[in-house]
Design a protein around this ligand. Structure first.
Ligand SMILES: Nc1ncnc2c1ncn2[C@@H]1O[C@H](COP(=O)(O)OP(=O)(O)OP(=O)(O)O)[C@@H](O)[C@H]1O
Ligand SMILES: [Mg+2]
Length: 256
């Protein structure tokens, strides 16, 4: 398998993008893959979630060529490049520069060979930063929170992925939709999952991520779920999601 860059994106806020980036990454690391996480969100939640809030070098400085990218190892087979609030100014700073949608791709291309996966945690909008993620990525995974109005707006992001694919990055594919914060006791949750499967068929990962308090608490410890609460439902769900992703990407390997 070639190294893969995967953007984790949904312009809706709070749907589980950061949680999925960190813990799908950790699940893949448990499958012996080398993972780099990129915090592309000016909120820098991923950076805080993996305990790197006090690092001095960050993605903004790398993009501005203030220093070379130096991924920081924070657990076995897991590295990250931290984000910061300065990322929100990049759009204006690159305003008149041709090829401004490729600044992230330029940064990640030389790093790609050193990892099996680069996962990009996108901000909750479809602006300049997300466009950069789609131009750099091979695949997009969309987390979908199983709640009222979850599907609303999904056509918009899928349309943007299609436009980027046809105009800028022919390599880009929608890899799949992950149902997050799922609670089988809530009838609405079941309905939304069923609707998503009806509309998007096999694109919806079979493994749902259940609502799990340990997943919500792990970021405050600066740890991914496998270290924070091994054996909890959140760790199980992200482990099996990682295996499902590997099975999709390398179908000839029976192992996953
Ligand atoms: N499966 C889950 N069970 C319980 N809580 C969850 C789960 N997934 C995420 N959360 C919690 O829900 C909140 C939103 O999740 P997260 O930060 O991952 O979403 P996001 O899409 O990255 O948000 P934003 O759009 O602000 O970047 C967080 O407090 C997180 O801890
Ligand atoms: Mg987030």
């Amino acid at each position: 398998m070639n190294p893969q860059i995967i953007a984790i994106s949904n312009h809706k806020g709070g749907v589980g993008k950061t949680t999925t980036t960190v813990n799908l990454g950790a699940g893949l690391a448990h499958l012996n893959k080398k993972i780099l996480l990129i915090d592309l969100d000016p909120q820098a939640n991923l950076t805080q979630s993996v305990g790197l809030a006090n690092e001095t070098e960050n993605l903004y400085g790398c993009i501005k060529k203030m220093y070379k990218p130096n991924p920081i190892g924070f657990a076995a087979r897991l590295w990250a490049i931290p984000g910061s609030i300065d990322l929100s100014g990049l759009e204006v700073e690159f305003n008149n520069e041709p090829g401004r949608e490729f600044v992230l791709k330029d940064l990640l291309t030389p790093l790609k060979e050193s990892f099996d996966f680069i996962l990009i945690d996108c901000p909750p909008n479809l602006g300049f930063l997300t466009l950069n993620a789609f131009c750099a990525a091979d695949r997009v995974i969309i987390p979908l929170q199983a709640e009222f109005l979850a599907m609303h707006g999904l056509t918009r992001i899928i349309e943007i992925i299609g436009k980027v694919q046809s105009r800028i990055n022919p390599n880009l594919q929608l890899e799949g939709i992950v149902i997050t914060q799922y609670n089988s006791r809530k009838i609405l949750n079941k309905d939304i999952a069923a609707t998503a499967e009806k509309h998007f068929g096999d694109k919806v990962f079979k493994q749902f991520i259940r609502e799990n308090i340990d997943l919500a608490e792990a970021p405050s410890r600066g740890q991914e779920i496998f270290r924070s609460s091994p054996g909890c439902n959140g760790a199980k769900d992200y482990y099996w999601l990682a295996r499902e992703l590997m099975r999709r990407l390398v179908p000839e390997s029976g192992w996953y």
